[in-house]
Design a protein around this ligand. Structure first.
Ligand SMILES: Nc1ncnc2c1ncn2[C@@H]1O[C@H](COP(=O)(O)OP(=O)(O)OP(=O)(O)O)[C@@H](O)[C@H]1O
Ligand SMILES: [Mg+2]
Length: 517
């Protein structure tokens, strides 16, 4: 069946040929007559063929880079192509073994509608005239998408519609892309596919707190104009703190899955100096989370590096090359967190945004307040021991149980005991095929009771140690008093006073009779 756009296109070609023939009569027609005929023929052509065509070529520029617009159109049309076109092309999406993107093959056509206006999209291929050998035959073929629409809609389609297609195509690409987990090793990022299953649904924490974080992330993702308006880099910093096993890393994975972002796990101990750090940060892409885990340990970094430096100092001393480099390196060599935070602001303001930076720590009290002030780390999130609400999320995840009579006991026990979500999760996980949900819940009750018992013992032990320490300090203090008394007694003797009483009461009596005064 001949498609609408195709028919018009062929008619257009016919008219163009006719115009060409007219032009061939060039020399037989006087100039004024010729331009009159041409202008009338153009009017006729536009009357008979009132359609506009726009081509989007696959490869553009001097280096034949694949056009982003072409890729976006291909993605945008993918769904329509798979439902309308008969000849399709399948492309395996990069980095993935399962995902396939379908697009229409050459000479196919699909329709689209925008604000009630119908348009036609087709793919064409220009085969090169000279059949020469090429390393990149697909680049030689020169494919393009052709958009056809009625001239009366020119304004709306050339403006709003095309930018809608490009934006939507890019957005679908971002949604469908394989996300990356990048790790800095030997001076550069290496990546694996990020496939962590954590989500905010599976994260065990109070629903109110969870909602607050989700809303914060949504607000951030929609804040492009806002950040531009206030003149700040489009970034947001989170500090996640809490004991080990409370879900800090799980929350980062949930954030990345929710936002559809890549993760850059920055290991500061692998970074040689600030120059390298800066380069690594510049290489991070937009729509990503940069993670620095356990910053309280990273804070010691400067000290550690100094020690290491001292070790190699002797070796370097005799090396002329290192002597030359030394002057320059000295100023760049320290990797400090405050430095990092300072130039994150500068760098990311310059290279576009949509980046989240997350720091984690088990010991928030150890951090320098200047480092974690608001603005640098916009939101501080505490991940804590498992409460009843968090337990219910874990019970649903691990056992698919919403309620159970044992929940009441567990609720009471959790109020009195500090147990991490990681420990709760571990106990809820069935260990054998015979373990039903009740068995697992009972196992958890036992675990919480044991934890409670251990915490009690620990508290008693700590109290005992404290009492012992206090007693020791008391004894030491009284021994100190005796020492003072003895020296006093010696002084009294030297001053010629008869002393027959014991050391302890000596000073008192001496004072009373006024010898020292
Ligand atoms: N809040 C939570 N919700 C769901 N699962 C959790 C939660 N906290 C811990 N877990 C479970 O415990 C495991 C360890 O948790 P996670 O690695 O997120 O803890 P963490 O706070 O990052 O610990 P660390 O301080 O040692 O890095 C996870 O794999 C997850 O299964
Ligand atoms: Mg962790």
């Amino acid at each position: 069946m001949m498609m609408m756009g195709e028919t018009w296109s062929q008619l257009g070609s016919l008219i163009a040929t006719a115009m060409f023939l007219w032009a061939m009569f060039d020399k037989y027609f006087p100039h004024h007559l010729r331009s009159l005929i041409l202008s009338h023929s153009k009017k006729l052509a536009s009357f008979v063929y009132p359609y506009i065509q726009i081509k989007f070529h696959e490869f553009t520029g001097e280096y034949l880079k694949r056009s982003e617009a072409y890729a976006a159109i291909e993605t945008y049309l993918s769904e329509k192509s798979s439902s309308e076109a008969k000849n399709l092309k399948a492309v395996v999406v990069k980095d993935s073994s399962q995902s396939v993107q379908l697009s229409m093959d050459e000479n196919e056509e699909v329709t689209d509608e925008f604000e009630g206006i119908k348009v036609w999209w087709g793919v064409k291929k220009i085969i090169p005239r000279t059949q020469s050998f090429s390393f990149y035959p697909e680049m030689e073929e020169k494919r393009y998408y052709k958009l056809t629409f009625h001239k009366s809609h020119r304004e709306i389609l050339c403006g709003k519609y095309i930018s809608h297609v490009l934006q939507e195509g890019k957005a679908i690409r971002v949604r469908n892309r394989q996300r990356k987990l990048c790790i800095n090793k030997s001076r550069k990022w290496s990546h694996v596919t990020f496939e962590h299953p954590a989500s905010f649904d599976t994260l065990a924490m109070e629903s109110k707190k969870k909602e607050e974080i989700i809303n914060d992330l949504i607000k951030f993702s929609q804040g492009k104009e806002y950040y531009a308006k206030i003149g700040k880099a489009w970034k947001r910093g989170y500090l996640l703190y809490g004991p080990p096993g409370t879900g800090k890393s799980s929350m980062i994975a949930a954030m990345a899955n929710f936002m559809n972002y890549d993760i850059y796990d920055l290991e500061l101990t692998n970074v040689k100096d600030n120059t390298e750090l800066r380069r690594l940060l510049i290489e991070t892409t937009s729509k990503s989370i940069i993670v620095i885990e356990d910053i309280d340990c990273s804070l010691d970094l400067t000290g550690q590096r100094k020690k290491k430096k001292e070790q190699v100092k002797d070796e370097e001393e005799n090396d002329p090359a290192s002597k030359m480099a030394k002057g320059e390196e000295e100023s760049n060599s320290k990797v400090t967190l405050s430095g990092l935070l300072n130039f994150i602001d500068g760098l990311w303001s310059a290279c576009g945004g949509e980046r989240i930076i997350v720091f984690t720590t088990n010991y928030v009290e150890k951090l320098d307040p200047a480092l974690i002030r608001r603005g640098r780390m916009d939101k501080h999130i505490e991940l804590s021991y498992c409460g009843f609400e968090a337990f219910k999320v874990l019970a649903k995840n691990y056992l698919d149980v919403d309620s159970h009579p044992l929940f009441v006991t567990i609720g009471h026990l959790l109020e009195e005991t500090n147990i991490t979500p990681a420990d709760v999760a571990e106990n809820l996980m069935p260990k054998s095929l015979n373990d039903d949900s009740e068995t697992c819940l009972k196992k958890l009750i036992e675990a919480i009771k044991t934890a409670k018992e251990e915490a009690k013992k620990k508290a008693e032990e700590e109290a005992r140690l404290k009492a012992e320490k206090e007693e020791k300090e008391k004894q030491e203090a009284s021994q100190e008093d005796v020492k003072v008394d003895k020296s006093l007694a010696k002084e009294v003797k030297e001053n010629g006073v008869e002393v027959v009483i014991d050391d302890k009461t000596l000073a008192k009596e001496v004072k009373e009779i006024g010898v020292i005064a």
